[in-house]
Design a protein around this ligand. Structure first.
Ligand SMILES: Cc1cc2nc3c(=O)[nH]c(=O)nc-3n(C[C@H](O)[C@H](O)[C@H](O)COP(=O)(O)O)c2cc1C
Length: 328
């Protein structure tokens, strides 16, 4: 039976941020948001031994594993791994403009070879229980060119792919850093509106520059779904309103001592296996925008070097007790 999964609100893949620990926090705050792993190169996924701290999926569904690569055999193998790890979806990264990624012949530079992308997506389709999707840009270089975008989509959907996440900016492959590639090329949501008219049965998820939950909610009514990156990177706690606002759940999630305890229960078995910073950083954003939150943040940082997780948990619990009202 086909799984019915909503992608109305998606958390974008972000290297260094959408770790299994962060995803666990996201899942505590929202049961419905569609999550993504960080991007992992196909060769790393297949050959490296230590990939658990990127790919572990502890019942974080609905969730996609994002890979970067362009070799068919490797991509097929990765789909099998994603399926075995109980991912709902495997996603091909055709949006990353970094030099390293271009050297490995994947990411945004693949937009130059739409037939190769179509063949990659075909190779990834191993069975009906794992969806195959793509995340791409609207074009390459400095100029907008709708025809280029349309002909890319025309070709890749021949693979049978039904879900396309679009970062609604071009990627500039030379002279602009990955960070600037998220700001300098202008946004153009119209491309997604227009392509949807041509392919109403394909799910197009809008990504890029959605910097508030209110904006996300309005856009989610005009597009098949929205994907947010930096807003969640800076303030993952805004996910607490997503099930209520986007999925009509009757109650808003309230951040409480239980939130902190659930999070610590998840990371405690990982102590010593991953860096304390990766384990704790998702929770540090709880101080974001809260009056006098800085004081707690400093306290956490000064206790991080001793790795005393009981003390650290206590600081977070005290913070919640004191600031519950401002957080919620
Ligand atoms: C720190 C960081 C890491 C990112 N890593 C990835 C990645 O691994 N794969 C990917 O497709 N996009 C990656 N992106 C791009 C985001 O998924 C997203 O497309 C971009 O940030 C635009 O969305 P936003 O304006 O909501 O942030 C990254 C973005 C940031 C800020």
């Amino acid at each position: 039976m086909e799984k019915k999964i909503s992608r109305k609100f998606c958390v974008a893949p972000m290297m260094g941020y959408t770790t299994p620990y962060a995803r666990n926090l996201y899942r505590i705050l929202s049961k419905k948001a569609f999550l993504f792993s960080e991007m992992i190169a196909t060769k790393t996924l297949i050959h490296a031994k230590n990939t658990q701290s990127i790919i572990a999926n502890n019942k974080q569904n609905p969730i996609a594993l994002q890979v970067g690569g362009s070799e068919f055999k490797d991509l097929s193998k990765c789909s099998k791994i994603a399926y075995e790890l109980n991912y709902d979806e495997i996603n091909l990264n055709v949006g990353c403009p970094s030099k390293a990624v271009q050297k490995g012949s994947f990411g945004a530079c693949l937009m130059k070879d739409k037939t190769l992308v179509k063949n990659c997506l075909e190779a990834m389709q191993i069975n009906k229980n794992i969806e195959v999707s793509i995340k791409c840009r609207i074009g390459l270089g400095k100029e907008f060119n709708y025809d280029y975008f349309e002909s890319f989509i025309d070709e890749i959907i021949k693979s049978g792919v039904k879900i396309i996440y679009v970062h609604a900016r071009n990627a500039i492959l030379t002279g602009v850093s990955p960070k600037d590639n998220r700001n300098i090329p202008p946004l153009n949501y119209e491309f997604i509106k227009k392509i949807k008219l041509k392919y109403p049965s394909i799910t197009f998820i809008l990504n890029g520059g959605i910097d508030s939950i209110e904006k996300a909610l309005n856009l989610s009514k005009l597009y098949d779904g929205v994907m947010l990156g930096r807003l969640i990177q800076n303030n993952p706690f805004c996910l607490k309103d997503v099930d209520y606002l986007f999925y009509n759940e009757s109650n808003k999630y309230k951040v409480s001592e239980k939130t902190v305890k659930e999070y610590f229960n998840f990371i405690k078995p990982q102590i010593g296996k991953d860096s304390i910073y990766r384990l704790l950083s998702p929770l540090l954003n709880i101080f974001f925008g809260i009056p006098n939150g800085k004081k707690f943040k400093i306290d956490v940082h000064s206790n991080m070097k001793d790795s005393n997780f009981d003390v650290l948990e206590k600081i977070f619990l005290n913070f919640i007790e004191e600031k519950k009202i401002s957080i919620n």
